[in-house]
Ligand binder design. Structure first.
Ligand SMILES: [Zn+2]
Length: 55
């Protein structure tokens, strides 16, 4: 998961949501603060984690 610095504050985005936001990222000049692999992190868009839940 990447932490993006946006005009409205920092937000975590997963790779899937990053694709959806590509245009906004470009237009608003978002930048990646850092990337972290952490099961507790949730994407602020889809609320999913980086790691698939196990049954
Ligand atoms: Zn997401």
């Amino acid at each position: 998961m990447k932490l993006w610095v946006t005009p409205e504050g920092d937000r975590w985005l997963c790779d899937e949501c990053q694709k959806q936001y590509e245009k906004v990222i470009e237009e608003e000049k978002w930048r990646v603060a850092f990337e972290k692999w952490e099961p507790m992190l949730r994407c602020s868009e889809c609320q999913h984690t980086d790691i698939e839940p196990l049954d």
